[in-house]
Design a binder for this molecule. Structure first.
Ligand code: 5GP
Ligand code: SF4
Ligand code: MG
Length: 460
């Protein structure tokens, strides 16, 4: 998500570049809403940022305020209607909203609003906000006051960028599951971005994070901060550090790349291996493999080549695409691994299907032993906060005992980073969500999308 408030500039062009830098956060659809102070225009479609936008579509997005989104679906399918920003017209006011995260009270919210639960979280939130705007005052602060009123009704993970014709607003849920940063252009104008790394491309500097539970309103009067929620424990998704965020981003004051290297160093101390070379699974396994190599003293070699032109395998929602995805994406380099005992370092194992194929690839390329080292603990619990892992029966570590995992994956050994090791590496343990690794959910998830799943979890 990206938002810009910059009088005198075409905000949509800046948002376009911001989305380009945030493409890794979602590849199903892309969209931008823009306003010149009078008229709010939205353009969105299925596909990557570069596929959705061209000069003509960007030219139609006039004005100094804009918000944009790239979508990664955890609920709802890949349809045009589910692309964001979602938007509503309420009398003379137009509202557009982009959402990163996942609500855990979607069904209740849909029921209260009397709309079908088949819509997306973003659509539901936009509807709730639109109704509050319709009920409220129509003096320029309509959207701001409507948000203060309805935001506490949303549960779960939601970082939002919202706008009407005259305001840009950023919101982080009280736990701050998903990141959101405030940046500033050279002109002093404001930018909102899911990650700090996207600020560089538009020439903005990091000002500070939007804090968990904070709402910032930016308009002609400058920036104002609100606290619409009761205080809660900060719980930034630890998988932002492990896998999701770009390595050149800073999360909660900590470099993602530095945290990943540290995970690898600690992993090497916790799970040494008798081997000849350390091979990363590109891209997300690279910094951890560097850290592992440093501490183990084993040489770091490239044993897998990644095709740069395909997206993340996981993000494509169907299993068929996922299975095909691995061969589209990675190919071994036999000359570096043949005849060697390989430590294969990756960031996580979720379903295990990618990992099993990677181990086999290493063997086919001539590796004599394959020792898997994973820079996060076993992923055992479904995520209800915006990662596509809500089906627990698909999680390898939830259905297979730890001692059997190496066998199931065809590896000679498996070692996972411990939870204390991971918390040490990110340097902010008590400010993290670790629910998928610990079962300790920061919010009530009994109303989350997959109810049956939770009943099964509760019975364990
Ligand atoms: P698996 O072996 O579980 O099928 O796949 C594990 C691989 O998926 C890892 O290389 C990891 O980097 C990648 N991956 C892709 N998308 C995601 C995601 O959304 N969450 C996590 N934890 N890993 C992902
Ligand atoms: Fe992140 Fe896991 Fe928490 Fe989901 S459950 S928000 S993936 S740490
Ligand atoms: Mg990976």
């Amino acid at each position: 998500m990206f938002g810009v408030y910059a009088p005198g500039r075409r905000a949509a062009s800046l948002v376009y570049f911001g989305l380009f830098a945030l493409q890794h956060r979602g590849q199903e659809s892309a969209g931008i809403a823009a306003s010149d102070g009078q008229t709010l225009t939205v353009f969105k479609d299925l596909g990557l940022v570069a596929q959705v936008f061209d000069e003509a579509s960007l030219a139609g997005l006039e004005g100094h305020i804009a918000v944009g989104h790239t979508r990664y679906s955890t609920t709802g399918t890949t349809r045009w209607e589910n692309a964001q920003p979602t938007h509503r017209q309420i009398g003379a006011t137009s509202v557009a909203l982009a959402h990163n995260g996942n609500l855990t009270n979607t069904a209740d919210l849909a029921h209260e609003l009397g709309v079908g639960s088949a819509t997306t979280d973003s659509d539901l939130m936009t509807e709730a906000i639109a109704r509050a705007v319709a009920d409220g005052r129509s003096d320029g602060r309509g959207l701001e006051l409507a948000l203060v009123e309805v935001l506490p009704a949303f549960s779960g993970a939601f970082s939002l960028v919202v706008m009407d014709q005259g305001h840009l607003i950023g919101v982080r849920d009280p736990h701050g599951f998903r990141p959101l940063t405030l940046g500033r252009l050279e002109t002093g104008d404001w930018v909102l971005s899911s990650e700090t790394s996207a600020l560089d491309l538009v020439g903005a500097k990091v000002e500070r994070d939007v804090e968990p539970g904070e709402m910032v309103v930016i308009d002609a009067g400058g920036l104002r901060s609100f606290r619409p929620f009761p205080p809660a424990r900060p719980a930034l998704c630890i998988f932002e550090f492990v896998y999701f965020a770009r390595p050149d981003s800073i999360l909660d004051g900590r470099s993602v790349h530095a945290a990943r290297q540290e995970m690898g160093r600690i992993l090497a101390t916790e799970h040494p291996a008798l081997a000849d070379v350390v091979v990363p699974v590109p891209e997300s396994g690279i910094p951890a493999a560097e850290g592992y190599a440093q501490v183990s003293g084993l040489p770091y070699v490239d044993g897998l080549v990644k095709n740069r032109y395909v997206g993340r395998t996981f993000i494509e929602p169907s299993q068929m695409l996922r299975d095909r995805g691995i061969r589209l994406k990675l190919n071994p380099i036999p000359s570096t691994v043949a005849g060697r005992r390989v430590v294969l370092v990756d960031d996580s194992i979720v379903r295990g299907s990618t990992t099993r194929q990677l181990v086999q690839m290493m063997r086919d390329a001539g590796a004599v032993e394959v020792h898997l080292r994973i820079s996060s603990p076993p992923y055992r619990w479904p995520c209800f906060y915006g990662m596509d892992t809500s089906d627990r029966s698909a999680l390898l570590a939830a259905r297979v005992a730890l001692d059997d995992i190496a066998d199931v994956l065809g590896a000679d050994s498996v070692g996972y980073l411990s939870l204390p090791g991971l918390l040490e590496a990110v340097g902010g343990g008590d400010r993290s969500c670790t629910a998928c690794l610990s079962g300790d959910y920061p919010t009530d998830v009994s109303g989350a999308s997959d109810k049956f799943e939770l009943e099964r979890v509760a019975r364990r």
